[in-house]
Structures are given as C-alpha cells and as structure tokens.
Ligand binder design. Structure first.
Ligand SMILES: Cc1ncc(COP(=O)(O)O)c(C=O)c1O
Length: 392
C-alpha cells in the first residue's frame, strides 16, 4: 500500500465533531470516539495538494464551478458505476442533508406524507419533521442476520398517497447494499403510485468485494421518478468541505429544485470545496481503492472479534459503508444502561441505535474507519468489561 492508514492522525484541536465534540456528546473526552461518520485517515494527497495550491493564491473571491468540476463527476460515475449522466442533469448543492430538505420542499407540501425506512440516518426524520410533512415509516426487517425492505408495507404507504420516499442506498446504519431485484421493486412501486424516490447514494463508493452498488436511477426507465444525491465527501473523507450533487434527469423537476435553491440563496461555489471535489474525483481513485482494502480488513477483523470474543453481541455483516451495526440486545440492558456500559465502563463512544429511530433500540453503530490498532483496542476493552459485567 502507498498510503499508510495505520498511522494515527491526531485530530484533537481541529474542532472536529468526532474527537473534540465527544466530551459534549458522551460526557467524557477520554474515550475512543467511533461515532461520527467520517474517517480518521488523511484525505488523498492529491486533494491536499489541490487545496494547498488554491490557498497559495491569496484572493479567495467569488468562484464558479468550471466544466472540469462537472466532468470529474461524470467520468467517475461512468467508470465506477457504469452510469452515464448528462451534464445538464447535475445541480451542485452544499450537502446531501440540505438537498434532502430542498427535495422535500420542492416535491411535497405541508402535511403530505414522506416515507423513511428506519433504522436510518437521523436527518431523514428531522427533515420531514422540521418541514411539517407527515412521516410514514416502513421499518426494515432483520431476517436471519440481513436487513430487507418490507415491500408489502412500502406499497401500503405509497397507496396512502405518499409523494416521496427517502431511500438510503447503501443503507446507513445497517450496511446493506441493495440489489437489482430490490431496487426494481422500489421503482415498480414508485411508478405505480407516482411517487418520487430520493436516492441518497452518498455511500455509493464504499462497497466491499462481493457487492456492487447500483445507482437506482440507472435502472429507471421513466427518468422522472428518481432524484439522486451523491458527493465525494464520504468516499474521500472530505465531508467538512460541504459540496455535493443532485442528479435530476427530468427538466421540470430540475427547474423546481433550482427555484428552491434560488429562494434559499444557497450558493455552493466555494473555491476550496470546488478544488477538492475535482481533485478527488479525478485523482483519488487509487486512494479510495486502498482505503477500501484497509476498511475491508477492519470490517473482517471487527466481525471476527465480535463473533469469537463478544458472545452476547452480534455484528450485522456490512456489505458497504464503514459502519458496523452491532446487535447488543443479548446484553439485556436498556438503552440507558448500554450508554453507561460502553461510555462509562468501556470508554468507547459509538452512536446509540436509538438515534436511527424505530428498530434501533438495543443496537450500536461502530465506525470502522480508524487505524486498526485503535479499533481493536476499543473492542478489547468491551470484551474485558463484558467479562466483568457478567461475572457480577
Ligand atoms: C446517508 C447519509 N446521507 C447524508 C450524509 C451527510 O451528508 P452531507 O454531509 O453532505 O450533508 C450522511 C453522513 O453520515 C449519511 O450517512
């Protein structure tokens, strides 16, 4: 490997949420934070070089996205996902979360129903609630260790008049990479009930061998039903820079979205985020491939550790994302007790399952994107404390 993912990159003092924000979130600073979904790895050197070069020009004035920015994305999506995206389908947006808010505003009105499939990334719920839309939940089902969508219930939700489905693909936090037959069924339901699907594909590039991310829109025959959100932020570990993309093949829908952004006066063109975006998509491929190799070994090591040494916890096999969903119900603790156990006893800061909504109680989300030694040391502390706890 060219890049050294084992080397710790000290982040304390950079005002980063994961480390510097841990004290406020967990009530103690001296724990191993394995929560916020970013990586403890240095970004691709080509990205740092592009940012440094841009910083060296000392005028940081108003900037626009050059054609190179669009082209970098289009080439990446074609080469990596076999998806041919037209230049005019692309709208730049500050982040995928702001895009979720904008999509809800553009395609639903107050009190109309939006479907989410929990357990899922918490801002999905927050967006629906903040914008006074009606939340319709179609909880995922855990069947023999693998999560599945409940299509019968999804269809019932759509039949109730839901205008929009927020699909997380791959799915944070359960790590599913949805397969063609599953995505086809989502599209069938969307078509039948004239429902728009917002496919949040921010984790698209973080898929393990044996699985393949399929962009939902690449399967859609009628272009009108799918709007996609993608970003280089998770793939290349640059989420703090805040630049993402909406891909909207339908011209009328695109105009609607552009109007929402206009009304918010949401300007995305920041010279640094644009420079990083283009450099990441153009030159970051080899870094991404090595990062995935490293993450795969982390995932396998963590899953093996859980299976062999944490007998009351089960890891749900992650097919994609650097997040591992741990079923801790075997510990027979309430959610408050799980917090007390992992944070106070083990000094490990994971995201509590309850933040992901229905189906999250009794679970924890572990972020695997850390140097392996740190990850394994955190797991060893959990092992030690489980043996103390169950001895008492
Ligand atoms: C599914 C999903 N969507 C969106 C985001 C964040 O998007 P952004 O930082 O571009 O707003 C995350 C971050 O964890 C995520 O997991």
């Amino acid at each position: 490997m060219i890049h050294d993912f084992d080397a710790p990159v000290p982040r304390i003092g950079t005002a980063c949420e994961k480390w510097d924000g841990a004290a406020a979130y967990f009530g103690r600073a001296d724990l191993t934070p394995l929560w916020v979904a970013d990586m403890d790895f240095a970004a691709p050197p080509e990205v740092t070089a592009a940012l440094t070069a841009r910083a060296q020009h000392p005028v940081y004035g108003y900037t626009f996205a050059t054609e190179e920015v669009y082209e970098s994305l289009i080439v990446w999506l074609k080469n990596r996902h076999g998806w041919r995206v037209e230049r005019e389908w692309v709208l730049l947006a500050p982040g995928v979360v702001p895009s979720i808010h904008a999509v809800i505003q553009a395609f639903t009105t107050v009190d109309e129903a939006v479907i989410v499939q929990p357990p899922v990334f918490a801002p999905f719920f927050k967006a629906v609630a903040t914008l006074d839309r009606r939340l319709l939940e179609n909880p995922l089902r855990l069947e023999r260790g693998r999560y599945r969508m409940n299509f019968e219930h999804l269809e019932q939700c759509a039949a109730q008049g839901a205008k929009l489905l927020l699909l997380c693909s791959p799915h944070n936090p359960v790590g599913r990479v949805w397969q063609t037959d599953e995505l086809e069924e989502v599209l069938r339901i969307a078509r039948q009930y004239r429902m728009i699907v917002f496919a949040d594909e921010i984790h698209a590039d973080l898929v393990y061998p044996g699985f393949r991310h399929i962009p939902l829109a690449s399967l859609a025959d009628s272009q009108g039903s799918v709007i996609t959100g993608v970003a280089p932020s998770k793939t290349f570990n640059i989420p703090g820079l805040g630049l993402s993309v909406l891909i909207i093949p339908d011209a009328t829908q695109r105009a609607k979205m552009a109007r929402i952004f206009d009304r918010q006066s949401a300007h995305v063109a920041n010279p640094f985020s644009l420079a990083a975006f283009a450099a990441a998509y153009r030159h970051g491929g080899p870094w991404r491939d090595e990062a995935m190799q490293y993450l795969r070994v982390n995932r396998d090591a963590a899953m093996r550790f859980v299976e062999e040494r944490l007998p009351r916890i089960e890891a749900v096999a992650a097919e994609g994302t650097y997040l591992l969903w741990l079923d801790c119900r075997g510990l027979r603790m309430s959610d408050g007790e799980l917090h007390e156990f992992f944070v106070c006893k083990c000094a490990v800061g994971m995201s509590p399952g309850t933040v992901f909504g229905t189906g999250g109680s009794g679970f924890m989300r572990l972020n695997l994107a850390a140097p392996r030694a740190l990850l394994l040391a955190a797991l060893a502390r959990i092992e030690e404390q489980i043996s103390v706890y169950w001895k008492d």
